[in-house]
Design a protein around this ligand. Structure first.
Ligand SMILES: [Zn+2]
Ligand SMILES: [Zn+2]
Length: 134
């Protein structure tokens, strides 16, 4: 069934703030993220790069996102934590919540995000995605 593309964190459709594809595990694991479908769409400014709780600015959001990704791929592939670590190098599940709990935590954090208006962003250098899709 066709579903309109929307931001994983806030559900906006990209009309005002174009959606970027974010790899949950970047760097050396970028290709594996792609392979296992561990990518999400995020509002370019608000949720990906510039908002207070954008994933590349807020370490807490990043951590929850990775925990979500780990739970998702373990679920889908039937992996144990050890098997996940073999593929992605590290365990990100630090809390007892389940997949739904991780999702809820992400959405709670995102609800506090205002739309980024102030151009006080000295943060572009922390971007880890090397090829944004636009
Ligand atoms: Zn968003
Ligand atoms: Zn990203």
């Amino acid at each position: 069934m066709y579903k309109e593309r929307e931001c994983f964190l806030c559900g906006r459709n990209g009309a005002d703030d174009p959606l970027d594809k974010h790899h949950i595990f970047g760097g050396a694991y970028r290709r594996k993220s792609e392979q296992y479908g561990l990518t999400v769409y995020l509002c370019h400014a608000r949720c990906h790069e510039k908002g207070r709780h954008a994933v590349h600015r807020d370490g807490e959001v990043m951590r929850w996102m990775r925990e979500y990704g780990q739970r998702k791929v373990m679920d889908e592939q039937g992996w144990t934590v050890e098997e996940f670590i073999r593929e992605f190098g590290k365990n990100y599940m630090n809390v007892p919540e389940d997949l739904a709990g991780a999702m809820q935590q992400l959405h709670l954090l995102q609800e506090e995000t205002e739309d980024p208006e102030e151009p006080e962003d000295k943060v572009n250098f922390i971007l880890t995605d090397d090829a944004l899709p636009y």
